[in-house]
Structures are given as structure tokens and as C-alpha cells.
Design a protein around this ligand. Structure first.
Ligand code: AMP
Length: 180
């Protein structure tokens, strides 16, 4: 079974392209548009993302803009949960709360509707990829400010050399399909 899972992961990795120097020099950008276009890879990714959470009670999947929306809604349906978007500044139409996080150069912010869920909600935070963990960390603070409980993190790809897992795993388990 382990062997089957490994070959599935290899298949998914084959369907993710690396674009050198995008969006700026030195970044090896992991492009999942090729994975989305392959019907087998699309189905398998959806299944594997949900696997670690099947036995848990999940109220919401929180997806990070923008690639966290692609599988996030599907995960939410599969786990019998709702979906909540965390967005870049100025995109959400109602009252929001905001958290800032550090980038390699400068900083960025993420926003969440301040009435997104009730206190005590059990939440999974999902994105396509974890690098430094800065954006998932900001999403964690947003969820916790509203009284939500982060019960897990979900990613397709993890760039382990950037150590993003370290800070997040103090809050909840980090589940990545492929760890590079
Ligand atoms: P971080 O906050 O450092 O964990 O960065 C994760 C966010 O940046 C995710 O939304 C990713 O989609 C994006 N990202 C960071 N590095 C890459 C990369 N090498 N390839 C594709 N997306 C990336």
C-alpha cells in the first residue's frame, strides 16, 4: 500500500512543473496548472489532501488566496465542512480583520471576514504550497483572533528546506502530500 502511495506521489510530482526565475530571479516556481489539467492527477490530489482528516470533525476549510481556493472548496465538500477564503488586502467586501507577515523583502497582509465563523469552530488551513510558512502563520492568527481552533494544515507541496513546518506544527499537525 505504501508503494502504491509513493508511486501516486511520484505521478503527482511529475505533473507539477518548475519554472525557473518566476516571478523573480532565483525563485523556482512550482506551477500546479499542469497538475490541475491532468484529470487523474486532479482526482488523486483531491483524495490525498482529505485523507489525513477523514476521521476528524471539521467545521471549515480556510483556503489562502489564490491557489488555496482551487482544492480548498473541494476538500470542504468532501469533509462535510464549509469553505472560507482568506484574501489579499481589499478583496473581501464586508468587515475584515487583517494580519501582516514578513516576506523575503518587505511584508504582506491577509484578511478574513470578521464574521466568518463562530467561536470554537474547528478549522483546517489549506494552501497549494508551504514555503516559509509565513502566510499560513498569518492565517492561523486570523482564525485564532475569531476564536477558532486550527486542527490541521494541508498542503500539496512542502519546500522543507525553508522550514515552514517548524512554527506551524506547534499549533497543529502539518500534512503535505509531497515533501521536497
Ligand atoms: P510562505 O508564506 O513562505 O509559506 O509561501 C507560501 C505561499 O507562497 C503560497 O501561497 C505559495 O503558493 C506561494 N509560493 C511560495 N514559494 C513558491 C514557489 N516556489 N512556487 C510556487 N508558489 C510559491
Amino acid at each position: 500500500m505504501q508503494k502504491v502511495e509513493e508511486s501516486i506521489k511520484e505521478y503527482l510530482l511529475e505533473n507539477i512543473r518548475t519554472i525557473p526565475d518566476f516571478p523573480k530571479p532565483g525563485i523556482q516556481f512550482k506551477d500546479i496548472t499542469t497538475l490541475l489539467a491532468d484529470k487523474k492527477a486532479l482526482q488523486l490530489t483531491s483524495i490525498l489532501l482529505c485523507e489525513p482528516f477523514r476521521d476528524q470533525e471539521v467545521d471549515y476549510v480556510v483556503g489562502l488566496e489564490s491557489r488555496g481556493f482551487l482544492f480548498g472548496t473541494n476538500m470542504a465538500q468532501d469533509l462535510n465542512a464549509g469553505f472560507i477564503p482568506v484574501r489579499k488586502p481589499g478583496k473581501l467586501p464586508h468587515h475584515t480583520i487583517s494580519e501582516t507577515y514578513a516576506l523575503e523583502y518587505g511584508e504582506d497582509s491577509l484578511e478574513l471576514h470578521s464574521d466568518a465563523f463562530n467561536k470554537g469552530a474547528k478549522v483546517i488551513i489549506h494552501d497549494d504550497l508551504i514555503a516559509t510558512g509565513g502566510s499560513a502563520g498569518a492565517a492561523t492568527r486570523l482564525v485564532e483572533r475569531l476564536g477558532g481552533e486550527v486542527i490541521g494544515y494541508s498542503f500539496i507541496l512542502e519546500l522543507s528546506f525553508l522550514n515552514g513546518r517548524e512554527a506551524l506544527s506547534k499549533t497543529a499537525p502539518v500534512e503535505s502530500i509531497i515533501i521536497l
